[in-house]
Design a protein around this ligand. Sequence first.
Ligand code: SF4
Length: 354
Amino acid sequence: MTEPLLSIRDLRTVFHTDEGLVRAVDGVSFDVGRGETVCLVGESGSGKTVTGESITRLIRTPPGEIAGGEIVFDGRDLTTLDEDELRELRGDRIAHVFQNPQGALNPVYTVGWQIVEAIQLHQDVTRAEARERGIDLLDRVGIPEATRRFDDYPHEFSGGMKQRVALAMALATNPDLLIADEPTTALDVTIQNQILGLLSELQAEFDMSILLITHDLGVVAEVADRVVVMYAGKVMERGGVFDVFERPSHPYTRALLDCLPGRGTGGARSIGGKLPSATDPPDGCRFHPRCEHAVDACRAGEQPPVYPVDGDDDHVVSCVHYEPGGDPSVVRGEEAVPTDGGRPVEGDTEEDDR
Ligand code: SF4
């Protein structure tokens, strides 16, 4: 990959809570290349939303705090920018779309007024030019009769249409990077497919990079170039989408994939057990209480570093069985081994994704 547009290294974002320090993002590293789509995946509570919000410091401080690491965007470390510099960047070169479009739209103003404001905030164009571009964008995101609908209020649009409007607002300034956090989760499958198709089209047209945050591996398979699998604030596996789907190498990735319809258990179950305590995660590999391949080395010290899979530095996995001299076949299921403690527990895995 040429010089990445976004390069995140050892990002650490914490929250100071009454219950203790929450290390929501704990040493996360990955790149997003120009024009590519990178998907951050994992269960709710894995830290993927906080990672996306950390990039332009949307984290509320306090209680949140970026405690370490680098976020280099087009050669500049965003962690060193002041609030004015960040405000210029947000909505201009880096745009966000969230699961709930309601948050992006002000109910008091027409959608057209809001799009024109967004454009004029970042570009030196007349109101008429901004309006023309806004109508064109509404049309491009699939709003029928865009000229007429331009002057409607948000409550006059359905949920799917609101999400399209939010997307149009995010794209209004031709961002270099779109951070889309579960943008289709609340929508039915047909609308979801339309929005995803639209994102791909617009990405090609605007040569935009996309960081897509999702728990849905079906979505990942459709749109990703590369995948970052997160668990309890850590990166478990990272690689090209083909490699991760064809050669899933971390037990957590394999468990996620097994829950997909048509694979493994055929989507019949969720992963056994639940995410560890946010304030008191286990020593060693954070996945070890749920891992059927856990050995003593998994339960002490720090999260294992990432190791290349089959010598491929672009496909890496945080698991002791991949360290030099280890035996990855244990994890890949090529050889059955007795477990010595990983005890899957049935339970709820849905927690607030903070
Ligand atoms: S084998 Fe150990 S290091 Fe690998 S995923 Fe399981 S618990 Fe983590």
